[in-house]
Design a protein around this ligand. Structure first.
Ligand SMILES: Cc1cc2nc3c(=O)[nH]c(=O)nc-3n(C[C@H](O)[C@H](O)[C@H](O)COP(=O)(O)O)c2cc1C
Length: 393
C-alpha cells in the first residue's frame, strides 16, 4: 500500500527550501510549470509585503522525474531564496566570531507577541531568536504548496479538482459566494485581487487592507477550499487516525497563523436542529447516490460521501506589526516595543492558496491509500471502476 509522505527543510533567508516526497506513483506526467503555477498563486494577492517582490519562486525538480514523467522514486523539489545573497554571512552554516556576530546586528532579542519567537527560543535555548524565526516563517509554506501542487496533479488525473476562495477579511464578509461549477469558482476567485467571489466585498477588503497597512496593523480572515469529483469512501470510519475530515482539519490547522477549521457548516451545526443539518439522500440511475444539500461538507463517518469537500480555515492577523505591541527584551528583561521584521499586512488571499494545497495533499494521500498502486494508470482504472460500482450499489 502506497502512502504519500514528505519532509520540508530550509530557512526563510537560507539558500533554499527543499521538499522530499515519497510514495508518488510512477507514470504521472509532471512538469515544473505545474508546480510553478501554484507557487506564483501563493505569492500573489493584495496586501503582500516587499519580500514577495524580491522572490519569484521557481521549482527545480532534482529527483524522481525523468523526461516529464514520475519514476516512482522519491521526488525532490528545490526552491531557491533569491534574498540569500544578502544573507550569506548572517545565515551561513560556517561558524563566525562573537565580534562578527555583533557587527551583523541581526540578532533578535525582542520576541513578537503572536509569533513563535519566545517559545521557540526557550524550548531550543536560542539567545538569538533569529534561529526560531527563520524556520517559523511562512516562507516554509512555499514548499508545502509545491507538494500540494503535485497532489493536485495526481487528483486531476483522477478527475478531482480543488479550488479556494476568501470569504472574509478584517470583518468584511463576502455576501455573494455562489458558483455553478468548481471551474467557475477557480476562475472567479483568480480574477479577484483578494480571491473573493463578491466584487463589492473585494473592494471593501482591499480598502481594509490599505487601512491596516496605514495604521501599521494587520488583519486576518476566513478562507474556504472546495474539492469536487471525489469518490465515495476516502478516509475511514474504522479507526480514529484514518478519518479524512480529521486529517484535513489537522493539515489546515498546521498552516501558519490558522486558528480554526470548519467542515461544511461547521460551528453553525451547534445552533441548528438535526433536520436542518443532515443532508437527505437521493438515488438516480445517471448520478447514483447524492445528497440534496451539502451542509456536512462532503463527510460522514470520516469518509467522503461523494459531495464536494468544503473546508473553511480561520487565519488570525499576522503577528509582525509596524505598530509594535509591547514585549520584553530577553537580554535586558526591559519592556520593549516588539522588533519589526519585514512583513505583510494581510496574507489571507495567499493563505487560501496554501490551504487549497494542504487539503489537496490530504485528499491525494487518502486516494492513494484506497486505490494505491505503483502506476498511475492502474490507479485511474481503479477509481473509474469504483465510481461505477458505487453508482449501482
Ligand atoms: C501565507 C502566509 C504569510 C504570512 N506572512 C507573515 C508575515 O509576513 N509576518 C508575520 O509575522 N507572520 C506571517 N504569517 C504568519 C506566521 O508565520 C505565524 O503567525 C507564525 O509562524 C506563528 O505561528 P501561529 O500563528 O500558527 O501560532 C504568514 C502566514 C501565512 C500563511
Amino acid at each position: 500500500m502506497l502512502t504519500l509522505r514528505f519532509l520540508t527543510a530550509g530557512e526563510s533567508h537560507g539558500p533554499q527550501l527543499t521538499a522530499i516526497i515519497e510514495g508518488v506513483p510512477a507514470q504521472l506526467p509532471l512538469l515544473a510549470e505545474d508546480i510553478d503555477r501554484e507557487l506564483a498563486r501563493r505569492q500573489g494577492g493584495y496586501g503582500r509585503g516587499r519580500r514577495m517582490q524580491i522572490e519569484k519562486d521557481r521549482v527545480q525538480i532534482v529527483s524522481g522525474v525523468r523526461h516529464g514523467m514520475t519514476t516512482g522514486a522519491p521526488i525532490t523539489f528545490v526552491v531557491e531564496n533569491k534574498d540569500w545573497k544578502n544573507w550569506t554571512k548572517i545565515m551561513g552554516a560556517e561558524p563566525i566570531s562573537e565580534e562578527e556576530a555583533e557587527k551583523m546586528r541581526r540578532k533578535l532579542t525582542r520576541p513578537r507577541p503572536g509569533h513563535a519567537d519566545l517559545n521557540g527560543a526557550i524550548k531550543y535555548g536560542h539567545r538569538d531568536m533569529r534561529n526560531v524565526l527563520e524556520r517559523s516563517s511562512a516562507r516554509e509554506t512555499t514548499v508545502r504548496v509545491a507538494c500540494g501542487a503535485l497532489a493536485k496533479v495526481i487528483l486531476k488525473a483522477c478527475g478531482i479538482e480543488v479550488a479556494g476562495h476568501v470569504r472574509e477579511i478584517g470583518g468584511i464578509r463576502a455576501e455573494e459566494t455562489n458558483y455553478a461549477t468548481i471551474q467557475e469558482l477557480q476562475k472567479r476567485s483568480e480574477e479577484s485581487p483578494v480571491r473573493c467571489l463578491d466584487e463589492d466585498a473585494s473592494k471593501k477588503m482591499m480598502a481594509a487592507i490599505d487601512k491596516a497597512k496605514q495604521d501599521g496593523d494587520s488583519i486576518g480572515g476566513i478562507v474556504e477550499v472546495v474539492v469536487a469529483g471525489v469518490p465515495i469512501g476516502l478516509g475511514s470510519h474504522v479507526h480514529y487516525d484514518r478519518k479524512l475530515d480529521g486529517k484535513i482539519a489537522g493539515a489546515v490547522m498546521s498552516i501558519n497563523a490558522f486558528k480554526g477549521v470548519e467542515i461544511g457548516i461547521g460551528f453553525e451545526a451547534a445552533r441548528l436542529p438535526g433536520s436542518q443539518v443532515h443532508d437527505e439522500i437521493t438515488w438516480s440511475e445517471e448520478e447514483g447516490y447524492k445528497r440534496k444539500t451539502n451542509r456536512l461538507g462532503g463527510f460522514e463517518g470520516g469518509m467522503t460521501n461523494g459531495m464536494p469537500i468544503v473546508v473553511k480555515g480561520v487565519m488570525k492577523p499576522i503577528p509582525t506589526l509596524y505598530k509594535p505591541l509591547q514585549s520584553v527584551d530577553i537580554d535586558s528583561k526591559e519592556p520593549f516595543a516588539a522588533g519589526v521584521e519585514r512583513s505583510d499586512s494581510c496574507a489571507v488571499p495567499a493563505a487560501s492558496v496554501v490551504c487549497e494545497n494542504v487539503v489537496a495533499w490530504e485528499v491525494a494521500n487518502a486516494l492513494l491509500d484506497t486505490f494505491g498502486s505503483d502506476q498511475l494508470p492502474l490507479i485511474q482504472a481503479a477509481v473509474e471502476r469504483h465510481h461505477a460500482a458505487s453508482k449501482e450499489f
